[in-house]
Design a protein around this ligand. Sequence first.
Ligand code: KIV
Ligand code: ZN
Length: 523
Amino acid sequence: MQSNRVIIFDTTLRDGEQSPGASMNTAEKLEVAQALADLRVDVIEAGFPIASPGDFEAVRAIAQQIVGPTIAGLARCNKADIERAGDAIRPAERGRIHVFLATSAIHREFKLNMAKEEILRRSVEGVKLARTFTDDIEFSPEDASRTEPEFLAQVIEAVIGAGATTVNIPDTVGYATPDEFGDLFRYLFNQVPNIDRAVISVHCHNDLGLAVANSLAAVKAGARQVECTINGIGERAGNCSLEEVVMALRTRHDHWGLETNVQTKRLHPTSRLVANTTGLHVQRNKAIVGQNAFAHEAGIHQDGMLKNRITYEIMHPEDVGLTRTELVLGKHSGRHALRQRVIDMGYSINEAELDMVFEEFKRLCDKKKEIFDADIEALIEKKLHVGTNAWELATLHTAAGSSCVPSATVTLKRSDGESFMKAEFGDGPVDAIFRAMESITGYRGVRLTDYQVRSVTGGQDAQGEVYVEVKHEGKVYRARSVSTDIVEASATAFLNVLNRIAAGQSQRPPAESTNQMAQKEDA
Ligand code: KIV
Ligand code: ZN
């Protein structure tokens, strides 16, 4: 009998981190991993330990510190990868090694140059070696959706025989369609004699916008683990979005009759944290976590909503951690009121963190009459954003107007305590700030590829959020910042980007994707 519980395997820190510009340092990964544990995902794929020393450290730190979920490390099907992954996950309460090897004719011929027999032999050997580190082994036949079904069934039977406890069926290039993908799972359930000895998992990419639909089709056919990422981030067009798949299963329980363990009230804060940490925006109309996901604009809709919410609302915003409140905080609100609001919004912060947020809150109250949820969210993210920064903004002065050349004088403090001041001219004050910062930090070839300003809430005294995207030495870096002064927000957003460049350089060389690495070694 199939279980009615779907295992949620989150790969935000591995496949998600492979999005261009989304790399995180160890402190940031730990913060996201804790949020995923609070969200109650079942498995956290913490990284690809062989990819770099930084990746190994991050997986190990997560295995040491995060309790609750199983911690998985990815490995190609070779000795060095599997041993490295085994070492990285060793400290975990429950650790998993996730071994993968491509099986499709295209990958066999053009990437691996291996015959079917060799793929079979290596898969079995890889699983057996991984079993010497842990009993929890997942095997993925990469590019499964484009693999001959008979050969795929043969590989699955062999790896289960060798000790794989989960077999994951990836649609690596986002090529599948829901009907045919569901049929593939039904075929495998019928053809693989020992399939009941493993959990069958699904892993979809979103190249045709079908990742969630394909994952749900696989679940309908019997898959009981879904691999997904927060906000759907991942290689190219991304992976199956965790929040969408979880809320689809929950909202249409009548259709699927399946449960997950996810605490859905934590979806919105986790989504904000991941967006803030990676710098990858969530589009406004994104299902579940987009800013407009629960906004009703049309008069007819608003009228219906006032009469009865169910006229136009299939889920309650509260269920995904969005609080609907008329309560606005201001300068007379105390620490207790702020704490309550923070809890109601789904964040869990300790007393020391609350002190920091309260201090910022009071400062904001001097600039802004009413403080809305979005303001508090921005404060929490700004204050609690972790990571050791190479540079801090000490002072900022700008001059601009219709009759002068815009200029900026910036002082930055380096992590060793030394301060550096620089003045520059520019096309405008923001350009002048960016130039001054580039000249202090020495990052000369930084090319601004996107710059956006938006207001966090309504009102003339609203905080402005600035989003900055740059290219440096072929890599993309993104960051955001918030302030009531958009010039200051621009400065801190750009400095956040420079700090990311600094962290990237000191932690690891420009990251290669797992697929590129696999090609290099296996070829
Ligand atoms: O998309 C893919 O095939 C993968 C595997 C490593 C599971 O990410
Ligand atoms: Zn993938």
